[in-house]
Design a protein around this ligand. Structure first.
Ligand SMILES: [Zn+2]
Length: 272
């Protein structure tokens, strides 16, 4: 692990990350735990298999949401209810959470780009981002897969509107993490972000038939120390599909060999 190259001593690298599938992460630090987009209600056909249900999550101080779609928000009322974690999100997912029974007093609506949240052992800041635009080949493939189940799956899309998409930045002990819940950033957003130091980029590979090429653009422009590809799993078949990320990994080796890559194994904690 090339933390030293990024000016960090091993003593500073005390973060433990666990990928929970989709864009979901558990981040454990020196004095607490926060979650990003936790979604554990995968259906029985989901791959890879994750042996963790929402009711088993007992520890979380904060939950950060990138956007309001079901695969980012559905389990948040249950998890926030049992852990008493405060939820930070945009106004649209906040409305959904309140409809689903979470008290408004436990939710902080984030005003985009305004202010840094000081949470003791780390700081968090949201900035506006965008959802990837599903392209026609992907939509057609999905419709063929879903077929007659279309109408039974429709409420999941209808009842969980995305709202404004947020990208989160977390900083602790000199280490900067940048999380995207969807890879729809325009060139302006990426150019803006290129000014910042990003040690760890949590990058979603889902939602477009050319997602590997899109993801490579993020890496080339943002030049993170380490990239962690996520959301490539088949989290809710037949709505989702397993994304082959090998072209992305090969392209990094060719075009951005200095960038380290960590392909996470679902449910397995790792240190950064
Ligand atoms: Zn998603």
């Amino acid at each position: 692990m090339a933390l030293a190259q990024r000016g960090l001593s091993p003593a500073q690298s005390t973060l433990e990350l666990t990928w929970w599938g989709t864009a979901g992460f558990r981040v454990a630090g020196p004095s607490g735990v926060f979650l990003i987009d936790p979604f554990l209600s995968r259906n029985p056909s989901a791959r890879p298999i994750l042996d963790l249900k929402p009711g088993q999550v007992r520890e979380a101080d904060q939950i950060f949401i990138s956007h309001g779609q079901f695969d980012h928000l559905l389990d948040v009322p249950a998890i926030a209810g049992q852990t008493r974690a405060r939820v930070y999100c945009d106004a649209t997912p906040a409305q959904t959470l309140i409809r689903e029974g979470l008290p408004a007093s436990g939710i902080t609506r984030v005003e985009e780009g305004r202010g840094v949240l000081d949470l003791g052992w780390y700081r968090a800041k949201a900035r506006p981002s965008r959802h990837v635009r599903f392209d026609l080949p992907l939509v057609l493939k999905t419709l063929i897969r879903v077929n007659r189940r279309f109408f039974s799956l429709l409420p999941l899309a209808r009842d969980y509107p995305a709202g404004r998409v947020l990208s989160w930045r977390f900083e602790t002990g000199g280490l900067v993490l940048r999380h995207f819940g969807s890879a729809g950033s325009g060139s302006e957003e990426l150019a803006d972000l290129a000014e910042e130091k990003i040690d760890v980029l949590l990058l979603p590979l889902q939602g477009h038939s050319r997602i590997c090429r899109i993801a490579l653009e993020y890496v080339r422009i943002l030049k993170p120390g380490l990239v962690i590809p996520h959301h490539w799993d088949d989290f809710y078949p037949p709505l989702s599909q397993l994304v082959d990320i090998r072209p992305f990994l090969e392209a990094i080796r060719g075009a951005a060999a200095e960038v380290e890559v960590k392909v996470p194994r679902i449910g397995r904690p790792f240190r950064i």
